[in-house]
Every structure is written in structure tokens, then in C-alpha cells.
Design a protein around this ligand. Structure first.
Ligand SMILES: NC(=O)c1ccc[n+]([C@@H]2O[C@H](COP(=O)([O-])OP(=O)(O)OC[C@H]3O[C@@H](n4cnc5c(N)ncnc54)[C@H](OP(=O)(O)O)[C@@H]3O)[C@@H](O)[C@H]2O)c1
Length: 344
């Protein structure tokens, strides 16, 4: 991509979300004109943080679009050189997960891509996928870090789903686990559908696969991941128990990586975006040493899951990106929770 096409007009779907708000902030700081899509542009409370961002008054536009309404992204996307597709249902409680999680994620992604296809100005699409599309499998050598060539197993997710459904009658807490498996499945199926569609239609697609995102939250309400972290800092174990071993990444790094792969002429394919992988027990030991006054849980039950690390050299070695440390991401996140009065 030539430099004169950079700092043009881009679209961010789901712009008022946790990650997307930070991406909008970084895009505006970098000089882009940003069209953000939201489901309800009339909800002033949910959008006020976006209008407070530097450059927003001059270069931000907010447009209504819903993943489930065919063609509703056409206007927002038309005329944009870049599209950052972040909107997707994230770990919401649901009585009908297929309709409420899988369909908006998969059909919604195709809906957005069909709008991209109609846009003659389009240069590249950056899709926010997830590291859960890489790590949910048992058939790998745990001595070799997982990289972007790895795909989570749809069969494994579906069989876990059935097993968990049965377990729900025994242990209510497995609702948490069930929600997370539906979410992972939605991300796998949506990313696969995007690759297939873009392959057939000649769209330049790059995907970012963040691990668990940590950092200050710009929107007024805590999203699901931020409230899980707050729960951990207040002593709750339930939400993190399922993590077992998990990668973590600073929210600012995730936003910067989206822009890096959009701008970089040679970027292609998938990009695992993760700073550090740790077990729950390593995480709580690090956090309780650093924050002895917080009631962080002491220990988690060990899960029978394969050990893994992530190989992020596509971002670090090839594109020269440097991730913030796990200490820095939690320091920034905890300082923000404290400032907002969440830790009282
Ligand atoms: N947070 C993490 O740790 C993490 C890790 C890896 C990947 N990701 C990915 O990052 C993206 C953003 O997640 P997040 O953590 O920032 O969560 P979030 O704050 O809940 O953001 C999700 C966004 O998707 C939008 N959305 C959901 N259903 C929609 C629909 N039917 N039509 C239009 N928009 C819809 C939401 O809009 P409303 O505001 O209108 O509900 C919201 O803006 C997702 O693709 C997620 O899978 C997140």
C-alpha cells in the first residue's frame, strides 16, 4: 500500500466496543478519517467517550449498522480504503447461542464483506479474530509454540459443547464454560468464512488474533472481558478457572497491531497478537505479589489441558512490533479500575 493511501478514510465496525473504541482513538491520533458503525447512534451515553477523543470532532463520523441487517454497512463502508471489522457478539448470556452468537458472527462478517466488495475504494480489510481460533485443540506438540498455521478444532468445540450441556445439569457453573465455547466456535467459523469469501472475491484480508485483552476501558460500561478481570481482582475465581493457561495482551498493543498490519505493504494472512502466556496460578502469584492489598485468589484448580506457548514472530520479527509486558498491562488496567472507583 502506498503511503499516499494511508491516513485516508477507514471504517471501524462496532466502534463503541471495548477494543474498537481504543482502535478508533489510535486511528484518530494517526490522522485517519474514521467512520464508526454502531447499532444505536441515538444512545448518547454509549457514544460520549468516542466524541471526547482527540480529533473526533473533525474526523469521526458515526453511522448505524447491524450485523443482522443485510446491506446495512454499505453506506459506512463506501468510500473507505480500509475496513476494520471488530463487531461480533462477545460472551453474552444466551438462550439460543446459534441465533444470538454464531449467526451474527458468521453471517454478520459475510454481510460486512459483501459491503466491502461493493466499495471500489477498498484496499484492505482487517478482521478482528481471536487466539481462540488457534489454541483449542489437543493434537499438537506442546514443545512447539502454536503459530498462525494452527486452527482450533471445530469438532472438539462441538463435542465440548455437548459434554458441557450434559454437565450443566450437574454443575451450574458450567454455564460460563458453555458461553466461552460458543464464543470460540463463532470466532473460528467467522474467520474461516471470511477467508473463503475474500479468497473467492479477491479482497485483501488480514486477520488479527488477540489473546485475552487487558487494559483501561474507554466505554462507560465494562465489557465481558474487563468485568472478568475486575472479578478476579476482587477475589472471584469462576470466570478465570476456565482459562487454565491463557495469553494476555495490552489493549493498546492490539489497536496498534490492527493499524500496523493495515498499513504495512507486506502484511498478509493471520497475525497472532499476544504478549505472554501464563497459567492461572502464575498469573495470581504475579498479581498478588504486585498488589498485596487486593483480595486476588490464591490458587486455581489445575485443568487437564495441553501446555502451549504462542509464536508471535510474524508480528515481532517480521513487522518489528514490541509487546508491552504482562506487568505493564495489568498495572495500566488496575490503575484505571482504581481511578474509576471499581476497586473500593
Ligand atoms: N476482549 C478480548 O479479550 C478479545 C480477545 C480476542 C478477540 N476479541 C474480539 O474483539 C472484538 C471486540 O470485542 P470486545 O472485547 O471489544 O467486546 P465488546 O466491547 O462487547 O464489543 C463487541 C462489539 O460488537 C458489537 N456487536 C455485537 N453484536 C452486533 C450486531 N448484531 N450488530 C452490530 N454490532 C454488534 C457490539 O455492539 P453494541 O455496543 O451495540 O453491543 C460491540 O461494539 C470482537 O470481535 C472479539 O471477538 C476480543
Amino acid at each position: 500500500m502506498a503511503m499516499d493511501q494511508i491516513n485516508g478514510k477507514v471504517c471501524v465496525t462496532g466502534a463503541s466496543g471495548y477494543l474498537a473504541s481504543w482502535l478508533v482513538k489510535r486511528l484518530l491520533l494517526a490522522g485517519y478519517h474514521v467512520t464508526g458503525t454502531v447499532r444505536d447512534p441515538g444512545n448518547e451515553r454509549k457514544l460520549a467517550h468516542l466524541w471526547r477523543l482527540e480529533g473526533a470532532k473533525e474526523r469521526l463520523q458515526i453511522v448505524r449498522a447491524n450485523l443482522m441487517d443485510e446491506g446495512s454497512f454499505d453506506d459506512a463502508i463506501n468510500g473507505c480504503q480500509g475496513v476494520f471489522h471488530t463487531a461480533s457478539p462477545v460472551l453474552k448470556p444466551s438462550s439460543n447461542p446459534k441465533a444470538e452468537i454464531i449467526e451474527p458472527a458468521v453471517n454478520g462478517t459475510l454481510n460486512v464483506l459483501r459491503s466491502c466488495q461493493k466499495n471500489p475504494s477498498l484496499r484492505r480489510v482487517v478482521l478482528t479474530s481471536s487466539s481462540s481460533t488457534v489454541r483449542i485443540r489437543y493434537d499438537f506438540d506442546s514443545k512447539i509454540p502454536l503459530d498462525e498455521s494452527s486452527w482450533s478444532s471445530v469438532d472438539l468445540c462441538e463435542s465440548l459443547q455437548l459434554m458441557i450441556f450434559a454437565l450443566i445439569y450437574l454443575f451450574l457453573r458450567n454455564y460460563v464454560l458453555r458461553k466461552k465455547i460458543w464464543y470460540a466456535l463463532s470466532k473460528i467459523l467467522a474467520e474461516k468464512a471470511a477467508w473463503e469469501f475474500c479468497g473467492h472475491n479477491g479482497i485483501d484480508l488480514v486477520t488479527i488474533l488477540p489473546s485475552f485483552v487487558i487494559g483501561p476501558s474507554l466505554p462507560p460500561d465494562l465489557c465481558s472481558t474487563a468485568s472478568d478481570v475486575l472479578g478476579l481482582l476482587k477475589g472471584e475465581k469462576e470466570k478465570f478457572q476456565w482459562h487454565g493457561r491463557m495469553g494476555y495482551v495490552h489493549i493498546d498493543d492490539v489497536a496498534l497491531c490492527h493499524i500496523l498490519v493495515y498499513e504495512h505493504q507486506n502484511s498478509h494472512g493471520r497475525y497472532l497478537c499476544s504478549s505472554t502466556v501464563v497459567d492461572n496460578n502464575e498469573l495470581v502469584s504475579l498479581l498478588s505479589t504486585r498488589y498485596p492489598l487486593l483480595p486476588i485468589p490464591e490458587r486455581f484448580e489445575l485443568l487437564d489441558r495441553p501446555y502451549y506457548e504462542f509464536n508471535t514472530s510474524k508480528l515481532t520479527s517480521l513487522l518489528g512490533f514490541k509487546f508491552k509486558s504482562i506487568e505493564e498491562m495489568f498495572d495500566d488496567c488496575i490503575a484505571w479500575f482504581d481511578e474509576q472507583g471499581y476497586l473500593c
